[in-house]
Design a protein around this ligand. Sequence first.
Ligand SMILES: *Cc1c(COP(=O)(O)O)cnc(C)c1O
Length: 432
Amino acid sequence: MAVQAVENSTDTTTDSPGSFGPAVALSCRECGERVPLGPSFACTACFGPLEIAYDLPTGDPEALRAAIAAGPNNIWRYAPLLPVPADVAGKPSLNPGMTKLVKADNLARELGVTGELHVKDDSGNPTHSFKDRVVAIAVEAARAFGFTTLSCSSTGNLAGAVGAAAARAGLRSCVFIPHDLEQGKVVMAAVYGGELVGIEGTYDDVNRFCSELIGDPIGEGWGFVNVNLRPYYAEGSKTLAYEICEQLGWRLPDQLVVPIASGSQLTKIDKGLRELIRLGLVEDRPYKIFGAQAEGCSPVSQAFKNGHDVVRPVRPDTIAKSLAIGNPADGPYVLDIARRTGGAVEDVNDAQVVDAIKLLARTEGIFAETAGGVTVGVTRKLIESGALDPTLTTVVLNTGDGLKTLDAVAPTSGPSAVIRPSLEAFREAGLG
Ligand SMILES: *Cc1c(COP(=O)(O)O)cnc(C)c1O
């Protein structure tokens, strides 16, 4: 993998480019080495992943809350906490975020939850998945670094989010997916007019191919949102934490159930929550983060249950294709967070995923994609095992739209009857 050479790597106190707002440097999650902000993603000292380090605003939390509330009704209201320029809201963007936090009383009753149960429904984003959040930040970084082509390796949703965001930003896009994805994902990835390439292999093969592309002259000028722009991209997930707390009236939930593909979203939700505590925007009290996987791709869940610190890669085989990453980059960090917060990582099988999709649909009117079936199914399992406390405030994430994964429920979701247009026929069908 080609890692951008960074000059002057020990000097991090010099001006950060104004285009990255409160972000001051990239810092290595393993060894803490700091390098200037650039299109780099791996530490030159130890090859650990780089993430954004901030100089966050200090001062009166009440004033910061008011400034956020006065901001736009999308993720840019949190611009003071993100690696983006202060005037970001004025630029062409899909403006994702501020999706609904649904108080799920019917689902709570069904699951035996006596505390508050909420579903954070990210299917309401512009391309109907949580990925619009991360891509919006990556687009700003691509602009700052002068990249002209936006790219990614994707399990489906990311390809659509990149295609749409590139179209809106006036950039070229070329995205890569495993060739055997759901039709809804493939069409969504293609319709925005960029190049879409199906790769004969798994997501992990696609990802490896993209790493090669970055090191090749072909990839010059290309911003891969989840590879060389990954430190910026990943920060977009913090907005889920911010929104959940703001929508709860600047309150931390006690428990969160988050899906795991690469594990990036889960680790950044934790980072976002810790920032809110540090800034005094929410009260400092414990919260637990639970990770959710599908049994057919559950390397992090297996490691958690076996007490391992390392995640052994698997070959995915599940209907939850958006979560089908067999070698999750952030797996070890997810294990740390689940253990540190007192949470857990659990998995459910494909039949349980389908059941959970239908349970959420019939109780709350939310049609989730398979990833939402995974989180709801895992929530049920965690309540049954006693790992999740049903008397507390819990937020379950739905990260995508069921219309993109129709095949999962189509065999068991059809008309109650097909009849002639007559009252008699309706009565005969036993429905009158
Ligand atoms: C990408 C994705 C996730 C989470 O991905 P991470 O790689 O773990 O950040 C969750 N749900 C859906 C629907 C996704 O597309």
